[in-house]
Ligand binder design. Sequence first.
Ligand code: HEM
Length: 406
Amino acid sequence: MEKTVTEADSTSTFPEARTCPYQPPSTYREFQQRGPLCRVEQYDGAMAWVVTRYDTARRLLADHRLSADRTHPGFPLLSARFEAVREQQPRLPLVAMDPPEHGVYRRMVLKEFTVKRVRELRPALERIARRFADDLVDAGPPADLVPTFALPVPSMVICEVLGVPFDDHDFFRDVGQRMAESADPEDIAAARGEMVEYLDGLVTARQGEPGPGLISRLVTERLARGELDREDVVAMAEFLLVAGHETTASMISLSVLTLLEHPEQLAILRSDPSAMPSAVEELLRYLSVADLAGVRVAVDDIEVDGRLIRAGDGVIVPNALANRDPHAFADPDTFDIRREARHHVGFGFGVHQCLGQNLARAELEIALSVLLERLPTLSLAVDDVRELPVRAATTIQGINKLPITW
Ligand code: HEM
């Protein structure tokens, strides 16, 4: 049965911040009760659809009648910050391109993220995680896990993937950290400028002398043949940094917090390290840190689950809703590292499904294993986790501080 959208369908402003860092906002339960799709009002008064069911989420994320092009007038912006970011971006990042252009660009960078390539990277990932865990042990306790481990580990991993020379690693880490975590918008913009300038210089250096990593490969295989220009190469490198840094850093800190808050699950993991891959899947499902990555606009009418999404309507597919859908995961609010959770949509679904997922899985497995091994008495240095300030609803979900001791 067709149902046309009316203002009366809406009762909630979207999105809403989490109150507990590892739980979705309380309104998500209410959204689920409103059916597979519900209407929400955004900060600017515009209306959009929110998808609440796992099956509907996967069906829509695979539907080419939904566009990821954020310059489309109906595209849900979620916050004023998004509007500013959109205006600053000289070209669309991969995640905002539609087929067929999207496939052309994605294929250019796939090679660095295959299962095989990530397997080859594992010794480097292990070395990076051990280096920061050693520094942590030398400096503490207590310590704040976010700047000492959760942020620098993924940053160094991206250096490895892009081929950033060793001597520049500290600069890259500091600037990347400011881009991801600074509280000051001007500092974020300044850091972004420094990063773009640095990456541009690296492109020039690789034109003169090829080296390891993705940037050099794009320079020699694509820039030299005129298939990409230098701004494309710089924009791609910057996007990979942004896409892989904050997400993985949030996953590391929230995973540690969640495990410490569920001591019986942590005990299982400590007694059986082979449970780590399944624990990582459950953490990805349970935490859904990229909750609001799946934002789209309809470019044609779509009938789904008895509702009519009209061309021009905004559609938001929060992965925390799909990942907590009881039709897809029994007892979805229970954190259970032994459950079969690999079909979660924490990495999205469809053509934009996370390019870095093999890498992210390996990073999380290694970072958490190294940390648990190096800190057998790890505990939280905060009485109530609700005291930890959670990040704004429209960013990657997470915390900017995680006081720990051991
Ligand atoms: C896309 C989550 C780590 C690179 C996505 C999407 C999600 C996601 C949900 C889909 C966005 C959409 O549907 O519009 C995550 C999470 C991560 C993670 C939870 C950490 C645990 C990484 C890493 C990299 C990366 C380490 C690379 C260094 C990308 C790229 C895309 C993407 C390039 C866009 C793909 C495309 O549009 O074809 N990620 N990501 N991500 N991610 Fe990740």
